[in-house]
Unconditional design. Structure first.
Length: 85
């Protein structure tokens, strides 16, 4: 049962990673990337590595996502495809 849950979480990580690459809006792509990192932390918990999971959740999913979202917002809000009027 645990193996099935790990495979399901890893599949969700792959889907979230593909969405992060394919989404046209930078803000939504970064949120999808943060979700992939959060799901990686969940998979570490399932694989009995809580110290790695806490580091991934704090740094990868939390801090890095916030820094990237702040940078995207400060540099134009992720409107790469739209013309500015």
């Amino acid at each position: 049962m645990l193996e099935l849950l790990v495979v399901l979480v890893c599949g969700c990580i792959l889907i979230s990673g593909v969405l992060a690459v394919r989404l046209p809006n930078l803000m939504t792509a970064m949120v999808s990337s943060g979700l992939a990192s959060l799901l990686a932390a969940v998979s570490y918990v399932l694989l009995a590595a809580p110290d790695v999971a806490m580091a991934e959740a704090a740094i990868g999913s939390g801090l890095a996502t916030l820094i990237f979202l702040y940078a995207i917002r400060r540099t134009g809000g992720g409107d790469a495809g739209r013309e500015k009027e």
